[in-house]
Design a binder for this molecule. Structure first.
Ligand SMILES: CCCCCCCC/C=C\CCCCCCCC(=O)O[C@H]1CC[C@@]2(C)C(=CC[C@H]3[C@@H]4CC[C@H]([C@H](C)CCCC(C)C)[C@@]4(C)CC[C@@H]32)C1
Length: 709
């Protein structure tokens, strides 16, 4: 949509409403009218200042795309997000103008909604100014400056002091496809309720029950929800995120996944003991390379993985494979599936590394789409349960994934595949591991996979700023405070590494302690009732209540924050006397300065060409609204410029992690199908015998297959 039309429509809507609320002195709701008029004037002011910036962005943003058929980069995204915020305001304004004198018109509610979007608009204006600084600062056409240094540090500081709560209350997920918003709301409310009870309880069931009780007030009060979410994302420790994200491992959610995704005949875990492997060298099959088992941090240890296969295939019920299974009785026996016709081995094999920020999740939480892949591609899927950070920082996960890859090549006959073609697939952190495992295969001299499908991968694990990364301010799934915690954990800056302990998540405690549950329930109920009886509790009271709580919880950290906190120095000077809204609680974002994050096996975007040359075709499926979008665009360009086969597909309107949400909307389902199509491409089409540079005809084969909309 032409942005000029949007700005013009907004101007008209504001004028119409101002005329209504200023002019009609008979309107019953005087104070609300005042609020609305103030808010509409602010919206007009923001919008008038934003129009010229948007025109600058639209004039240059195509220079940052991967190619003309693949429009997508952080600058485009910022304009798109802004446009979506403006459209929400226009719709709200039109609704108010047309129904303000209806008997059912809720003036208070509508004023609060408009105010929330006005706050969001103000913060987006700040993001656009920051992005404009990036355009001016970076080399022309470059999304990152990649010099590390001052600008990124100052961006992180600025980010830390900015108000973010408006993006998690009434406006939550406004940028995403409408079908996903109820789900995101549920996730955010569950997260906050869980965050409030986190640390108070020891009983998993008690925690779950209490969370359920406290969720009521967050459903009723979006402002409180936003403020609490901001507090949680900035201040709760990594253990909280690990525990919350691992909810996807819970029986309820995996049970749901199993119902909505395809049933499969083979689905069990394997534990491969640490033994040295020998693999033929790619350059001379008569010679071999030695691959040691993973050793980093605590010495040799086994590697866990899960085999998923839609059909039972030869080898998968062999005694040899079942010796790697720890389940008793064995997961598959010939007699347990007498009606199943065993299929021959598939020529294809998918090796999968899951996402979860390197700190959470397992193959089990990603089963929903893996089952579909196995069916749709007629291939077994081997998903690796690598050790997680902070207990197992880099390079443990990489070593385990590489070892699993090598073991799978040697033992493909047991996995139900002849491994004529092997595809590495992964999402997010798993996308990173696909690339780095392939780099390891190249440097070891063994067979590289036949292709990589990386969905919204994390390719640059430094805090270098890019326009898409500014979205961490508004993203409910990947806020900056949480991303940096994952990054620090993987870089080994979070805590002392050690071998994986027995799972201590609250869920593992489920059912352990019903006596505690009773007291939890009573306490939860009384807290909840108390919050409603509190005489101070008005709409503004809720804010002060939450900020009171915030200041309590930050007491220790915040005492010195206004004097010695580095967040206070070096703030940006915005044009036209503009100031973004500031947060009441400063974020304590301390990205690690460890050199590990610049290691090419951590941040493959920084890898020298000789480590990337020889990578198989890389198919990246990214989302336009993902904070990590620019990683994908820049990496795809780098590979293309080196003459490596690469494709980039940018899907619209979806959050990071869309594969995990594939059953929640049509759009996520379509995006998941694109990932399947890319793997099909890897399996069905021959690998180019030479790189596209030397072999011009093939270049076309690896151009972006489907342009984003
Ligand atoms: C301004 C300065 C900019 C600087 C920017 C610096 C950025 C730092 C750069 C790189 C650091 C990279 C670190 C690694 C990144 C890895 C990203 C990465 O792997 O991110 C994944 C983390 C898990 C998750 C959030 C995700 C996807 C899906 C999510 C899941 C969806 C549903 C799941 C719920 C728990 C289900 C329960 C619902 C119920 C109703 C209770 C939920 C939310 C679990 C978490 C995942 C993305």
């Amino acid at each position: 949509m032409d942005y000029k039309l949007v700005f013009a429509a907004l101007e008209t809507v504001c004028e119409d409403n101002i005329a209504i609320w200023c002019g009609d002195s008979d309107l019953p709701c005087g104070s609300v009218a005042k609020r609305l008029v103030t808010c509409l004037r602010q919206i007009q002011e923001h919008s008038r200042a934003l129009e010229p910036i948007v025109s600058i962005f639209t004039a240059v943003y195509h220079n940052y795309d991967f190619d003309a058929q693949t429009p997508g980069n952080g600058y485009r995204t910022l304009v798109k997000v802004l446009q979506s915020c403006l459209l929400h305001i226009i719709n709200k304004g039109r609704y108010i103008a047309s129904s303000y004198n209806s008997a059912f018109f809720r003036a208070e509610h509508n004023a609060s909604e408009l105010e929330a979007y006005c706050h969001a608009l103000c913060q987006l204006r700040a993001l656009l100014y920051l992005a404009q600084k990036l355009i001016n600062n970076n080399d022309y056409g470059h999304l990152y400056s990649l010099q590390g240094g001052d600008i990124s540090r100052r961006f992180v500081q600025e980010y830390s002091s900015m108000h973010k709560a408006c993006f998690y209350g009434r406006c939550l997920g406004f940028q995403f496809s409408p079908a996903l918003r109820p789900f995101l709301q549920t996730v955010v409310i569950s997260m906050i309720s869980y965050g409030e009870t986190y640390g108070k309880q020891t009983s998993g069931l008690g925690m779950a029950a209490l969370s359920l009780l406290t969720s009521g007030k967050y459903i009723m009060d979006p402002e409180l929800r936003g403020a609490e979410f901001e507090r949680i994302t900035q201040n709760l420790d990594l253990q909280f995120w690990k525990t919350f994200w691992n909810l996807t491992e819970s029986g309820l959610i995996t049970g749901f996944n199993r119902i909505v995704s395809n049933p499969v005949q083979v689905n069990f875990t394997l534990t491969v003991p640490p033994r040295t492997l020998r693999l033929p060298l790619a350059s001379d099959l008569s010679l071999s390379a030695t691959v040691s088992p993973p050793v980093a941090h605590w010495g040799p240890g086994p590697v866990h993985m899960r085999l998923i296969s839609y059909d039972l295939r030869e080898g998968q019920d062999s005694n040899e494979l079942l010796t790697f299974s720890r389940t008793d009785p064995p997961p598959i026996t010939a007699s347990s599936l007498p009606w199943v016709q065993k299929q021959p081995r598939s020529p294809w094999l998918i090796i999968h590394f899951h996402g979860g920020g390197f700190v959470s999740q397992t193959s089990k939480s990603h089963e929903n789409y893996l089952r579909n892949w196995s069916k749709e591609l007629s291939a077994p899927v081997l998903s690796v349960d690598y050790s997680l950070s902070p207990e197992a920082p880099f390079p443990r996960a990489l070593e385990e994934c590489f070892y699993a890859y090598c073991w799978a090549l040697n033992n493909c006959h047991l996995l139900g595949s002849t491994a004529e073609r092997v595809c590495l697939a992964g999402d997010s952190a798993g996308g990173n591991l696909c690339i780095t495992v392939s780099m390891k295969a190249i440097s070891t001299g063994i067979r590289v996979p036949d292709g990589i499908m990386a969905a919204y991968p994390a390719i640059l694990l430094t805090t270098d700023v890019s326009p898409s990364r500014l979205l961490t301010l508004i993203d409910p799934l990947l806020p900056l405070g949480v991303l940096t915690k994952c990054l620090n954990a993987y870089a080994g800056a979070e805590s002392q590494p050690g071998p994986p302990a027995v799972a201590s998540s609250s869920l593992s405690a489920l059912g352990r302690d019903t006596a505690v549950l009773l007291s939890d329930l009573t306490q939860g109920a009384s807290n909840w009732i108390q919050s409603y009886l509190d005489p101070m509790r008005t709409s503004g009271g809720a804010r002060s209540q939450s900020s009171q709580k915030r200041s309590q919880s930050n007491e220790t950290q915040n005492t010195s924050s206004h004097t010695s906190n580095p967040n206070c120095e070096g703030q940006f000077n915005y044009p036209q006397g503009f100031e973004p809204l500031r947060s009441e609680c400063l974020a304590f974002i301390r990205p690690t300065s460890s050199p590990v994050i610049r290691n090419p096996f951590v941040s493959p975007l920084l890898a020298p060409n000789n480590l990337l040359r020889g990578l198989p075709p890389v198919h990246i499926v990214a989302s336009a609204l993902d904070a990590l979008l620019d990683d994908s665009v820049v990496f795809a360009k780098k590979l293309r410029d080196m003459g490596q086969p690469v494709s980039l597909t940018v899907v619209e309107d979806l959050p990071h992690g869309f594969l995990s949400l594939s059953q929640f909307s049509k759009e996520t389902e379509v995006a998941a199908e694109i990932c399947v199509a890319q793997m099909k491409e890897i399996f069905e089409h021959g690998k180019p015998a030479c790189s596209p540079n030397k072999c011009p005809k093939l270049e076309e084969t690896f151009q972006s297959p489907s342009p984003s909309g």
